[in-house]
Design a protein around this ligand. Structure first.
Ligand code: ADP
Ligand code: ZN
Ligand code: ZN
Length: 751
């Protein structure tokens, strides 16, 4: 659990009486806030903390957020410029949220101005009014005869095209969406409206309240016990870890708690890893309650996000379901935070302001005195550790709801076995058996494309990326090479670029190759591949999942997209094709991730009447991690892994910070890192160990050379003290101009 860092009390902060100056958080990468004079025309009420102001900044004008009134500035008075305009009558960020953002800026050592900027919806960042916004949506009018419309529009191809586009989206499209799909549509739309072929509606922020909502099932004993225990802490701060095996009905626990909090007149925040991957959870909440629900996720346009944000801030929305950044939404009557799949890496922002939404949820809940429920079938080692230390209250659900069967996990020894395109003969037999018994099969492989590289059989040349220390993946269907690290694409070579030989061999197997091979082996079976390549088109993931759910596809091949909470009732065999990839990883969390993956995908099997079975292909069947997981389950694994972490003094037994740097010129990065390291040595920090500078595990990516320094400490305080002094000085280094650097507090991985 994160402890608060000291706040320096400042003698110059002022009450309204003596105030002539306003301190403003301005969106710049500088580690400081800026003071401005308050001109006569602006009322102090418009400069309350959390109100936006327009201020001059160098030659620009920026939208900043007022922090505090002051009697004096450290800057001489004649140098202070006046505020240009006050933009809000009421703060856009309430006191609680502003405090959270200030906390986050201190904790992650990120400039407050940028933190606030990221937290605000785009229209507010741009200085637009914080006022109700409606979005027009157009949809085809019902009742009109489609064929008749086509004849009517024979001479107006643009209108016909637009109408046909709208016909594909029964829910209608808004301007942002139309702009993305087509251009110059407004004129044609007006014509279609006049012909009554299209109707325009004002879309409200929130999903329509449904009147015939689902009723809750009777909770089972374990579920009820968890609900009761958590309910006892409503109205105070407590972290609850709900560790429930897959299918044990964690969602019903969330729903029961949510119902109680809504009934008490409070708002509820539900955080989920990625809505498009777990649409069921959102639907569950929407169909259960009779209240306005807001959703925030990456599929929305800026205006849609703003509308949802505002509905939460005004209290109109009672329930917010959102991904990572929803943690920054104002919810004045927040009474409970639920965070599902708490172990999931997507809660951690991996670039820029690298916050962790799980940790911020805990801080937010602590500050306002409300409980948090963290749920998972495979809790992170950090959270289990906190449960052991009784900082979190642990609740367990051990039984799967309904008549689910226990799954059997088996390690399939690949040594000395012949592999066909990454599949062992034993596994292929097993697939055959399950298909014969009308079972569905899921093959899991976290590598998309056909093969990770092409190799020249004559000279050893291979398809390296020109900009990364990595191979380009061969995508056979498209006849292209893709670099999965920098996004580079090129045509697949027909001959070796070095010696011209035509025998290029595809080494290793990705999902595309597995799919091809299985199509040959099981021509009669419907096979569906679900990865980023096959689900790029909007709606295609939903369609594929629906097909998989219906049991139509006999074999599913997927990447981690399929590891999440999907329910395939017919699934009886799950195979993890390449566990060894993780066993060989240098990342200290790799073992934890592999264990979580195995348990999560195992949870997909045997959900209905049919017993399930899980097969893990590996060359290391005796690996202690795999053995512990098999014989002692996730808890046994976690215990062993925590003991290892303790010996190695890794998280959660120590705190880690990484300074990363990337430079176009190799030498520039080294020079910066050396200077940064020298500064660090000068502080001579006791209680902080310094590792590096070293090259990043993949030194060159997207044409930049990357290096890093790691700081490790068993106590956070000396670590944060060092950072507080180090960072502003880093920024001032002349070597900093030739590089890009960033700081990662509590990194998710060490790449
Ligand atoms: P988890 O999130 O823990 O993996 P889910 O919440 O998805 O599990 O629940 C698994 C299934 O069990 C769902 O189909 C859910 O509707 C059902 N279920 C959960 N609780 C009950 C209950 N008390 N009675 C009947 N069915 C339940
Ligand atoms: Zn060659
Ligand atoms: Zn690349």
């Amino acid at each position: 659990m994160i402890t608060d860092l000291a706040i320096n009390r400042d003698p110059d902060s002022a009450t309204e009486a003596g105030a002539t100056i306003i301190r403003v958080a301005v969106p710049t990468p500088l580690y400081r806030n800026f003071d401005y004079q308050i001109p006569d025309g602006i009322a102090l009420a418009q400069l309350r903390p959390g109100c936006r102001v327009r201020v001059p900044f160098g030659r620009q004008q920026l939208t900043g957020v007022a922090l505090e009134l002051r009697a004096q500035s450290d800057c001489p008075a004649h140098k202070l410029k006046p505020v240009l305009a006050a933009l809000d009558a009421e703060p856009v960020l309430d006191a609680d949220l502003l405090e959270l953002l200030q906390w986050a800026a201190r904790y992650y050592h990120h400039p407050l101005g940028e933190v606030i900027h990221i937290a605000l919806p785009a229209p507010l960042r741009e200085g637009r009014a914080n006022a109700a916004l409606t979005i027009s949506r157009w949809q085809t009018s019902t009742g009109g005869d489609a064929i008749e419309a086509v004849t009517q529009l024979k001479r107006a191809p643009k209108q016909l095209q637009l109408l046909q586009l709208l016909q594909q989206y029964p829910g209608g499209l808004d301007a942002d969406q139309l702009n993305a799909l087509t251009d110059n549509w407004r004129h044609a739309m007006r014509a279609l409206l006049e012909k009554n072929l299209v109707v325009e509606r004002q879309q409200s922020a929130l999903s329509p309240i449904n009147s015939n909502h689902d009723s809750a099932p009777r909770l089972r004993h374990e579920q009820q016990a968890s609900v009761n225990a958590i309910m006892a802490s409503l109205g105070e701060h407590q972290v609850h870890l709900l560790h429930g095996v897959t299918g044990s009905g964690k969602t019903e626990v969330y729903l029961a708690l949510t119902e109680a909090v809504l009934a008490a007149g409070q708002q509820v925040l539900v955080l989920v890893p990625e809505i498009s991957l777990t649409p069921q959870l959102g639907e569950c909440f929407q169909t259960r309650f009779n209240v306005p629900v807001a959703m925030l996720h990456s599929g929305l346009s800026d205006n849609q996000r703003f509308i949802a944000w505002r509905a939460c801030a005004t209290g109109e929305a009672r329930l917010l379901i959102g991904t990572r950044s929803a943690i920054f939404t104002p919810l004045p009557e927040l009474g409970l935070i639920v965070l599902d799949e708490e172990h999931d890496g997507s809660y951690k922002q991996q670039e820029g302001f690298r916050y962790n939404a799980r940790d911020l949820a805990l801080v937010r809940a602590q500050k306002i005195g409300v409980p948090v429920v963290l749920g998972s079938a495979t809790p992170s080692l950090e959270s289990l550790h906190n449960a052991v230390r009784q900082r979190y209250q642990l609740h367990t659900l051990t039984q799967r709801a309904g008549n689910n069967h226990k799954v059997r996990i088996e390690l399939m020894d690949l040594r000395k076995q012949k592999l066909e395109e990454g599949l062992s003969a034993l596994l292929i037999d097993r697939i055959k058996q399950h298909l014969q018994n009308q079972g569905q099969v899921l093959l899991f492989l976290n590598r998309r494309g056909f093969a990770p590289l092409l190799l020249c059989h004559a000279c050893g040349w291979s398809t390296l990326c020109a900009r990364c220390d990595a191979h380009m993946t061969y995508h056979q269907h498209k006849q292209q090479l893709h670099c999965h690290h920098c996004g580079a694409e090129s045509r697949a070579p027909q001959v070796c670029a070095d010696c011209g030989d035509s025998e290029l061999v595809a080494i290793g197997a990705g999902t595309e190759r597995i799919e091809n091979h299985l199509r040959n082996l099981f021509a009669e079976t419907t096979i569906s591949r679900i990865d980023r390549d096959t689900t790029r088109r909007k709606g295609s993931l939903q369609a594929k999942l629906a097909e998989a759910h219906s049991g139509e596809s006999g074999i599913l091949i997927g990447t981690q997209m399929l590891a999440k909470g999907h329910d395939f009732p017919n699934l009886t065999l799950v195979a993890v094709l390449d566990a060894d990839q993780s066993l060989h990883s240098t990342d200290f969390r790799a073992a934890e991730h592999l264990a979580q993956l195995i348990i999560q995908v195992s949870g997909r099997a045997g959900r209905a009447e049919k017993p399930g079975e899980v097969v893990i292909q590996t060359h290391h069947p005796d690996h202690p991690l795999l053995q512990t997981l098999l014989h002692h389950g996730y808890n046994g694994f976690a215990e062993a892994a925590l003991a290892e972490r303790q010996l190695a003094v890794l998280a959660p037994y120590s705190h880690l910070v990484i300074l990363r740097c990337e430079a176009v010129k190799q030498g520039a990065g080294e020079e910066f890192m050396r200077a940064a390291h020298d500064l660090l040595q000068r502080f001579n920090p006791t209680g902080v160990s310094i590792f590096g500078p070293v090259k990043a595990p993949m030194e060159r990516r997207a044409g930049r050379f990357r290096s890093q320094v790691m700081l490790q400490a068993s106590d956070r305080r000396p670590l944060h003290r060092v950072l507080q002094f180090w960072l502003p000085q880093l920024q001032a280094l002349k070597q900093a101009r030739a590089v890009r650097w960033s700081l990662d507090v509590d990194p998710y991985d060490t790449y």
